[in-house]
Design a protein around this ligand. Structure first.
Ligand SMILES: *Cc1c(COP(=O)(O)O)cnc(C)c1O
Length: 402
């Protein structure tokens, strides 16, 4: 199969303006630690109606420093969704905390607030309440954040939204990232995500102290802000100190320039993804598969479009995966429940741990959706699925018709 006929599940859209923005930085004085990163941080924060943005080398790094800023450590618990990329859970392990999983809602694939409350009630009795909960805006569809936030007040945990899929999405009419229902929101700018900086991520918050702490941790824990520094001899002229154990998690100027340029097209990217999703909804409505349901409070950014097969679809999940892949449509499963990964299985988790996550895992395939996908490519995906799956049998109500 020639490369031209391959359709990935996701890919970047890079314009001449994006390329020029990166070239301009290459010719400038700063390749890292210059003025473009703060400009990008302010632009994303302002787009999302948040006060502070802290850019990082990737979303995984941003999740790590977000957990540390919330003082997650040994003896603490972090809870997240099992249907996510492993980084949403790994960030807790990095901090020496223990990780646990809350089952998903079978319609939105997001952390279920009902399952969360049930687990909180049990954890409270055992004295094992979580310090941090990480809801994931799966596929770009916002979680029921109002319900999760209400539980955070009742049970006293902090919230990091893993919105790696969801920049450009809206919840109750407001941008994801405004941190109205969370302490920190994290975005990823990996090339398959909504906008890209190649590698890159950002943590948004409305709390100045958290922003300051994350800033410090992403650059070795070194500060040169006079109010941060510890008392020094009067004749000490060197104006920086390492005051905490941080990391080198910085974003470069090249990445920030690409991100700033991509941000100009964010609304257009999301509109295109939404149009592709609507086309799929319509074209696949006659096929015996489940297309993704949208909550009325949510305006998804459509990072992913998972379809679900059932016993009547006429094809198994694995056979559908193989047939599409063989035809050059590089679909994937997002995700294997994190607790099923060998690393987490070694920590004691068993298959079957979260029943709704198991059902999702055994039925879902993410079909291609990205802003630069052509109409011909969309049609090819649709026609392949139509040819592989049974037609939906419409059940008529007894007594209807004739
Ligand atoms: C992509 C992704 C991440 C990690 O993003 P990176 O920028 O690659 O580190 C974390 N969480 C979720 C849900 C993701 O999809």
């Amino acid at each position: 199969m020639s490369q031209a006929n391959i359709i990935p599940y996701g890919r970047q859209s890079i314009s001449d303006a994006d390329i020029q923005a990166v070239v301009d930085v290459l010719r400038s004085d700063f390749l890292t630690q210059g003025p473009v990163v703060p400009t990008f941080e302010q632009a994303v924060a302002s787009y999302c109606h948040a006060r502070h943005g802290v850019a990082a080398s990737n979303a995984t790094a941003a999740l790590h420093i977000a957990c540390l800023a919330l003082e997650l450590g040994p003896g603490d618990w972090l809870w997240t969704s099992p249907i996510t990329f492993v980084a949403s859970a790994n960030c807790g392990v990095y901090c020496g905390a223990q990780v646990d999983f809350v089952d998903i809602d079978p319609h939105t694939f997001n952390m279920s607030p009902v399952a969360l409350e049930k687990k909180l009630i049990a954890a409270k009795l055992q004295g094992k309440l979580p310090k941090v909960v990480v809801p994931v805006q799966m596929c770009g569809q916002p979680c029921d954040m109002a319900a999760i936030y209400a539980l955070s007040i009742k049970y006293g945990f902090k919230i990091i939204e893993d919105a790696s899929h969801a920049i450009g999405a809206k919840y109750k009419g407001e941008p994801v990232g405004n941190c109205k229902y969370s302490d920190i929101t994290v975005f990823s700018f990996h090339p398959v995500k909504i906008i890209t900086t190649a590698e890159g991520g950002m943590a948004l918050t409305n709390q100045a102290a958290l922003a300051q702490k994350m800033n410090l941790l992403r650059s070795h824990g070194i500060s040169s802000t006079s109010t941060d520094l510890e008392p020094r001899p009067a004749d000490e002229i060197w104006n920086y100190q390492q005051i905490d154990l941080g990391f080198n998690y910085r974003m470069t100027e090249l990445q920030a320039a690409l991100g700033l340029s991509q941000l100009q097209k964010l609304d257009q990217f999301v509109a295109t993804r939404k149009a592709i999703a609507s086309y799929y909804d319509h074209a696949l409505s006659g096929v015996d598969i489940q297309t993704p349901w949208q909550h009325p409070d949510a305006l998804s950014s459509f990072h992913l479009y998972p379809i679900q097969v059932s016993a009547t679809s006429g094809i198994s999940q694995q056979a559908l995966y193989q047939a599409l892949t063989h035809a050059g449509v590089l679909v994937n499963l997002h995700y294997i429940p994190v607790y099923r990964q060998p690393y987490y299985a070694r920590l004691g988790f068993k298959p079957g741990y979260c029943p709704h996550a198991e059902d999702y895992f055994k039925s879902s395939i993410s079909i291609p959706v990205y802003a630069s996908m052509t109409e011909a490519q969309q049609r090819r995906v649709i026609e392949l699925i139509q040819s592989l799956c049974h037609v939906k049998v419409v059940k008529r109500a007894v007594g209807a018709g004739s």
